[in-house]
Design a protein around this ligand. Structure first.
Ligand code: GLC
Length: 458
């Protein structure tokens, strides 16, 4: 009885203490955080790159897990890895021409192989026939094009001998009871140290790193969390080494101030600005062209240009970013389907990026007309109306009359006349006092999704 009471008191005391203390990785005001993240929220569009040994089987970056390939058998990909056509300056140019402002590359994916020259493993690119540090070359090339530098690092590791087997591991057993047996000689303390050392390496060997993308935590049963990764310590180190870096939210530190900067809905189209604890948060959706992140030769469900553009515009209209993924081949080239898609997006961005960069959700009171998406640039007070379905001549803006000063097509700066709503005498009464009409040309401009730029009254 006494014992239980004591225990109860202890629990109450502890929760009292933790209530009073906010869990913190580091100190920063909201305003400081907004400023630190400014380049990223302005950028809106980045390139994700998944590249590793899995590019050679070309059957998904999870091939090792999906086909339950042992470390021994997977080694054949390591022994022949030689991307002889790898030219990161070409990748960087393509990213830039598509309108992307930053890029994030897999320095190590779940398979455990590093594209950088790590001191802590032999399982690295410098020990393959290729023989060079691909990350160094990549950083140089992308920086030269003025793109911001992001590193993806996988918390999972299917190659490290001390990494405990979990339900996502290629060696995960059928029988629950076997986990214990399989893991009896695996020491996660050693792996934790290894992962910390490698994150330290990538954050100290290549100069200023703008963004870190850690991947990922997964709940029980037989999952891994912050304690497995040593996330609190890890993140403290990250912030210390690169105080301006922007970090994603997959290290399981949601309840820590400074534990994450933005959230990462994957292959997901948000229908409103994402919130956490009732507050809007920075977010970025990462997306593939097809279903796989790594190069997948026989995957044919590719999104078309219109879908990709709509995804980008919609994300911006809800305050988010898009990180669009490329999975280069084992020889180091982009798939021709990627080139085609990037070209098409770049063509649109060349004339319309003003509705993307520095833009965000439209202020309250602006209702999007049917089949359109709105974005807004608070710096110059302009509204962008994206026409998904080109209207026939008269385009009604409900309740815009007192807000609108001038309108033009974005792609060619040609004026669009503002008129009173045109109407038949019997239809007239359905218009509100504050409705206004835009007189559009009958012929749709030669632009995949035309944009109307509206100058708003101050
Ligand atoms: C998932 C997958 C991984 C991919 C990532 C991108 O976590 O495990 O293969 O790299 O999503 O968001």
């Amino acid at each position: 009885m006494n014992k239980t009471l004591l225990l109860l008191q202890l629990i109450i005391f502890q929760s009292f203490i933790s209530l009073g203390q906010e869990k913190k990785i580091w100190d920063e005001t909201e305003a400081q955080k907004t400023e630190r993240m400014q380049w990223w929220t302005d950028a809106r569009f980045g390139m994700f790159i998944h590249w590793g040994l899995y590019s050679q089987p070309a059957r998904h970056e999870w091939v090792m897990r999906k086909e339950k390939i042992t470390v021994e058998d997977y080694k054949k990909y390591f022994e022949i890895f030689n991307p002889d056509l790898y030219d990161p300056s070409e990748w960087a140019r393509k990213a830039k021409e598509a309108g992307m402002k930053y890029a994030v590359i897999t320095t190590k994916h779940h398979e455990g192989f590093t594209l950088f020259d790590s001191e802590y493993t032999d399982y690295k690119i410098t020990n393959t026939p290729y023989g060079k540090d691909a990350i160094q070359e990549w950083v140089d090339a992308f920086r030269k094009e003025g793109l911001k530098i992001g590193f993806y690092y996988s918390l999972l590791d299917w190659h490290h001998p001390e990494y405990a087997i979990d339900r996502n591991h290629p060696l995960s057993p059928e029988d629950e009871a076997d986990y214990k047996k399989l893991n009896k000689d695996r020491d996660m303390n050693i792996y934790r140290e290894y992962l910390k050392n490698q994150v330290k390496e990538i954050l100290t060997s290549y100069g200023k790193i703008d963004l870190l993308w850690l991947d990922y935590s997964f709940p029980n049963p037989h999952g891994k969390f912050r304690d497995d990764w040593g996330s609190v310590e890890l993140m403290k180190m990250v912030r210390e080494l690169q105080p301006e870096i922007i970090v994603n939210d997959r290290a399981d530190l949601k309840d820590y101030a400074g534990g994450w900067d933005f959230t990462t809905p994957e292959q997901f189209k948000a229908d409103k600005w994402i919130e956490y604890n009732g507050k809007r948060v920075p977010w970025e959706t990462c997306q593939t062209f097809s279903g796989s992140w790594g190069y997948y030769r026989d995957e044919y469900t590719w999104k078309n240009t219109r879908q990709l553009l709509t995804l980008l515009i919609e994300s911006v209209s809800k305050g988010g970013n898009v990180l669009l993924n490329v999975g280069p081949t084992g020889r180091g080239k982009f798939d021709p389907r990627v080139d085609q898609a990037l070209n098409a997006m770049g063509e649109w961005m060349k004339f319309n990026s003003r509705s993307i960069y520095e833009c965000t959700q439209a202020p309250e009171g602006f209702v999007a007309p049917p089949n359109t998406i709105l974005t807004y640039n608070p710096k110059n007070n302009r509204l962008y109306i994206h026409l998904l379905d080109y209207p026939l001549e008269n385009f009604l803006l409900k309740d815009y009359k007192d807000k609108i000063k001038y309108a033009q097509f974005l792609h060619d700066a040609s004026e669009i006349k503002i008129t009173e709503p045109y109407s038949h005498w019997l239809v007239k009464q359905s218009f509100g006092e504050n409705d206004i009409n835009l007189k559009l040309p009958v012929t749709k401009p030669e632009i995949e999704i035309p944009v109307i730029e509206v100058f708003l009254k101050d």
